[in-house]
Design a protein around this ligand. Structure first.
Ligand SMILES: Cc1cc2nc3c(=O)[nH]c(=O)nc-3n(C[C@H](O)[C@H](O)[C@H](O)COP(=O)(O)OP(=O)(O)OC[C@H]3O[C@@H](n4cnc5c(N)ncnc54)[C@H](O)[C@@H]3O)c2cc1C
Length: 451
């Protein structure tokens, strides 16, 4: 028999689980809320970890925004260092390391785990993955005795961590399997700007090659990696080779996962068992399969912003509002050395592999009036389909100004705006913060140019 007060149990105290708890508590005191996590620290930003390693954020504690006691104070129970071992959907109970926990409403927000390529030596001491604060603390301690590290994977995390370590004086070659850096978010021409910047800050960048082995000494510690036929000596290997959705718990309970590996849900984020969507079990965050805008492919969107967006939909539905999810363009931004790099929607490659024909334009302009002393160069690429709808955008700046423009494109793409209309959008101007015509508008206008 259900208790009088609805018992909401959330597995996961990350960027998706905790906002669900907080939002429900803001709206009602009439529900019991328990959040369970294997972690020790909660409510910290994993996104901040590269910047602690860099030194720009002074210490790990600065990234912790709330403690379990802060949640207790508003009536949310947080069980840390507790693992959910199984979910029984029949009896509506969880088997955990802290005992059996019953629920009326369950949210699975178990996040993702790092993918480790199956290469010899990958388990050696000195091979690190930046995923949690505990892992980042270990990397920071290890760095005391490291002069040479290798960053495997030139995605967002690989480049953020690699450039953070370079700023601390560590020599960090970057190795990427695909032919260019940031291959999931940029086209090759835009990636070349990032590549050049990495060379400018002293990095060696090896693209189109795999690390085939991690070499160890007699004590089992990392002493180098093999790339193609070359041995690169190092004392630390940073693996940033992507993430996979953490779905074992859900799968073991009979919950369906999809072709992306993420948990299948309806648009209100109810999970699926057999042919039914369960009305009282939701999934949220990195572990969920979402739909990519324009291609309608199934994918995961492992971003803090996506985790929060999913969380709002789950909280709305638990509170009885009929909220649903629209497809994802996954706008993102990162900092590599002195560059800001952002993208949204499809790259030329992802569009082509889904059979969408595109054309694109690249343009550059200043972030402030040409005569203003402090300004940056904003380079933008717009990708449009045959009907001239904007389906993707990529922006790089040698200073600031990327986030606001990626967000603008995100709004334009959500309303399926054509580049012809985007070229006429009103923008604001004052010499210290913009040129009269925004660099992004100039790129949109260039679609009319014939020579
Ligand atoms: C280094 C780094 C930098 C990043 N930078 C950015 C960025 O700049 N911008 C951005 O948008 N995103 C960024 N991200 C991605 C972002 O952090 C994630 O997308 C987001 O944290 C996902 O939230 P989540 O709640 O789904 O999962 P998580 O935050 O990973 O939380 C998962 C939770 O589930 C718990 N859990 C899992 N299994 C169990 C179990 N069996 N029992 C109990 N608890 C369990 C874990 O303990 C954890 O509390 C970054 C990630 C990393 C690692």
């Amino acid at each position: 028999m259900p208790s009088e007060r609805e018992r909401i149990v959330i597995i996961g105290a990350g960027a998706s689980g905790l906002p669900i708890a907080s939002q429900i508590r803001k709206e009602t005191k009439e529900k019991d809320i328990t959040v369970i996590t294997t972690g020790t620290h909660i409510a910290y930003s994993p996104c901040a970890l590269p910047f602690v390693l860099h030194g720009v954020i002074p210490d790990f504690e600065s990234c912790i925004m709330k403690t379990p006691a802060d949640y207790e104070a508003v009536g949310i129970t947080v069980l840390t260092q507790t693992t959910v071992e199984s979910i029984d959907l029949e009896t509506e109970k969880l088997e955990t390391t802290a005992g059996v926990i019953p629920y009326d409403t369950l949210v699975i927000a178990t996040g993702s785990y790092p993918f480790m390529p199956p290469i010899p030596g990958v388990d050696a001491e000195g091979v690190c993955v930046l995923k949690t604060m505990e892992a980042a603390q270990q990397i920071a301690e290890g760095l005391e005795s490291v002069m040479n590290a290798v960053s495997v994977g030139a995605g967002v995390i690989g480049l953020e961590v690699g450039s953070a370590l370079m700023a601390r004086g560590v020599n960090v070659p970057v190795v990427e399997l695909l032919p260019y850096v940031l291959p999931l978010i940029l086209d090759p021409d835009m990636a070349q700007l990032v590549h050049n910047h990495l060379l400018d800050i002293g990095a060696r960048v090896i693209c189109g090659a795999a690390v085939s082995e991690v070499l160890t000494d007699e004590a089992g510690k990392v002493r180098g990696v093999v790339v193609a036929d070359e041995e690169i000596p190092c004392q630390m290997v940073l693996m940033s080779t992507g993430v996979r959705p953490s779905t074992k718990l859900a799968k073991d309970a009979g919950i369906e996962t999809g072709s992306s590996g993420g948990i299948v849900t309806d648009s209100s984020l109810h999970v699926k068992v057999g042919r039914e969507y369960l009305p009282n079990v939701y999934a949220s965050g990195d572990c969920v399969e979402v739909i990519k805008d324009f291609t309608y492919q199934r994918t995961i969107s492992p971003l803090g912003t996506s985790a929060y967006r999913l969380a709002r939909v789950v909280a709305d539905n638990i509170m009885g509002r009929n909220s649903y999810l629209l497809p994802f363009t996954s706008p993102n931004v990162c900092v590599v050395g002195q560059l800001q790099v952002g993208s949204v929607g499809l790259t030329t490659h992802t569009a082509k592999s889904s059979g969408i024909q595109t054309t694109s334009r690249v343009g550059s302009g200043p972030s402030a009036a040409r005569y203003y002393p402090k300004r940056h160069v904003i380079t933008s690429k717009l990708i449009v389909d045959n009907s001239r709808r904007i389906v993707g955008g990529q922006i790089i700046s040698d200073g600031s100004g990327v986030k606001c423009r990626i967000d603008t494109l995100s709004v334009a793409m959500a309303s399926k705006m054509r580049v012809d209309d985007f070229a006429h959008v009103e923008t604001c101007y004052a010499p210290p913060v913009s040129a009269l015509v925004d660099p992004l508008t100039l790129t949109a206008q260039s679609f009319f140019d014939v020579c």
